[in-house]
Design a protein. Structure first.
Length: 180
């Protein structure tokens, strides 16, 4: 009886471990949303009168960084979907114009939508979608990659801009939301 009980407990633990394991798509959307939520929090928190602030003349403004992140998110979503996603950003598809996204509310709305659309695409395609392969490459050149790699590239890109925006906060003597 004791041996039978041990086998039963071991089997229940094994089943619990399998249930606790998340799918690759769930893990990917978690990181996509985690970085996206931090950027959205900054977009909502940063003073609107400082949205055109930049640390150096050859950098993007605070708003320009957020618009750029949203545009790259939509480029990746389009790549994965195999069809155009998001708004038309005109001739500079990586840098939407402040003439179009004039207010803080406009920028926040675009960023929120880009993050939501990316998360929806990951969920919609699921594990089969993130395991699919396609041509992709930025700095590393074109090569065949899993879609999960494409999403990781986007997450990493967003995280780079998140770090840059922390510098913008500090340069304005402000404390970023994550540091409070």
């Amino acid at each position: 009886m004791n041996r039978l009980l041990k086998v039963g407990v071991a089997a229940m633990v094994a089943v619990a471990c399998v249930r606790a394991q998340r799918s690759r798509a769930e893990e990917t959307v978690e990181w996509w949303n985690q970085v996206g939520k931090k950027l959205i929090a900054m977009a909502k928190d940063f003073p609107e009168d400082k949205y055109d602030f930049k640390v150096q003349k050859d950098q993007r403004t605070f708003a320009g960084n957020l618009l750029h992140v949203a545009a790259i998110d939509y480029l990746l979503i389009s790549k994965v979907a195999g069809a155009k996603a998001g708004p038309d950003f005109g001739k500079d598809i990586e840098n939407p114009s402040r003439e179009v996204y004039r207010t803080k509310a406009d920028v926040v709305k675009l960023l929120e939508q880009a993050v939501a659309d990316g998360a929806a695409m990951i969920r919609q395609q699921g594990d089969a979608g993130v395991e699919k392969t396609m041509d992709f490459g930025w700095e590393t050149g074109r090569h065949v990659s899993r879609v999960s790699y494409i999403w990781m590239s986007g997450i990493e890109h967003s995280a780079e801009h998140l770090g840059q925006l922390v510098v913008y906060y500090r340069a304005c003597n402000l404390v970023p939301p994550e540091s409070r």
